[in-house]
Design a protein around this ligand. Structure first.
Ligand SMILES: [Cu+2]
Length: 287
């Protein structure tokens, strides 16, 4: 009896600790959710900047509530069973093996839960997949280890390289994220993004806009984004693509339509002067 009580006490203390830890992680996650740039030890997501990101993060929060309720319910049942049906309190256990009502319930309830997860999940998935009647198109080509951005409607193509550590201005730039030529987009416009690769598999990943799509050699993958806040959001290639995989960040600068028009006029001069250099492993071919 004494040993049993010790075991029970041990169980309750451990369960309490696990619950406390889960609650602490949950609270830190909520408080960390409002960051605009990934920071060391950050938990939670970056600020959403696109309608797709808003919907996906809402779906994430909805699932978090749902799984918390399910986990607490199962934990409550287990605690109840451990206490109510322990050997000392219940010396002759029941030999019941079937209960039709409970069996129907524990089959039907999880099915209903899966349906209420699946419906908004598919809605969000299809919403983020592609856009119809986009305002503009940007073609993104991945290279080892930089990005080429092409605005087919405007006849502009340029490369975007990470700024090396020794050239970083710490006041305005972030090492491993800042680039020489960011992808400039107007705010509030539906942008069709076409992604491909020149060499190996890469992945175009901008977390705060929830864009993540593979760049595959010889194929075009399509997605879209619409950035509703002015400012720069960062991303990275997140498909291991070789030695400088960490050296091909993505910076997307969202500006007002007027500033975008000014940038376009400048970019047409700046980037049209010479054809983009063809870079291959070990050097440049046409420079
Ligand atoms: Cu890559």
């Amino acid at each position: 009896m004494r040993v049993e009580m010790e075991q029970l006490k041990h169980f309750v203390v451990n369960a309490g600790r696990s619950l406390g830890l889960s609650l602490a992680i949950f609270l830190v996650t909520i408080s960390g959710a409002m960051a605009s740039l990934a920071k060391p030890w950050q938990l939670g997501t970056q600020d959403p900047v696109s309608p797709v990101a808003v919907r996906i993060f809402e779906f994430h929060d909805y699932l978090l509530v749902l799984i918390t309720i399910i986990t607490l319910f199962v934990l409550g049942l287990m605690v109840y069973v451990c206490i109510r049906f322990r050997a000392s309190r219940n010396p002759t256990p029941s030999r019941t093996t079937h209960n039709t009502l409970i069996e129907i319930l524990w089959t039907a309830v999880p099915v209903i839960i899966l349906v209420i997860v699946a419906v908004p999940s598919f809605q969000t998935l299809y919403y983020g997949d592609r856009t119809y009647e986009p305002d503009m198109t940007i073609k993104v080509t991945a290279n080892q280890w930089y990005w080429t951005y092409e605005y087919p409607d405007q006849d502009i193509t340029f490369d975007s390289y990470m700024i090396p550590k020794e050239e970083i201005d710490p006041a305005t730039q972030t090492y491993l994220l800042s680039v020489d030529n960011p992808l400039v987009v107007p705010v509030g416009k539906k942008i069709q993004i076409l992604v491909t690769s020149n060499d190996v598999m890469h992945s175009f990943f901008v977390p705060s806009a929830v864009v993540q799509i593979y760049g595959m050699i010889g194929r075009i993958n399509e997605t879209w984004m619409q950035i509703d806040k002015e400012g720069t959001v960062f991303g990275q290639c997140n498909q291991i693509c070789g030695i400088d995989h960490s050296g091909m960040p993505i910076a997307v600068k969202a500006v007002s339509p007027e500033a975008y028009a000014t940038w376009l006029a400048e970019a047409k001069i700046k980037f049209a002067a010479a054809p983009a250099p063809i870079r291959v492993a070990g050097g440049t071919v046409n420079e």
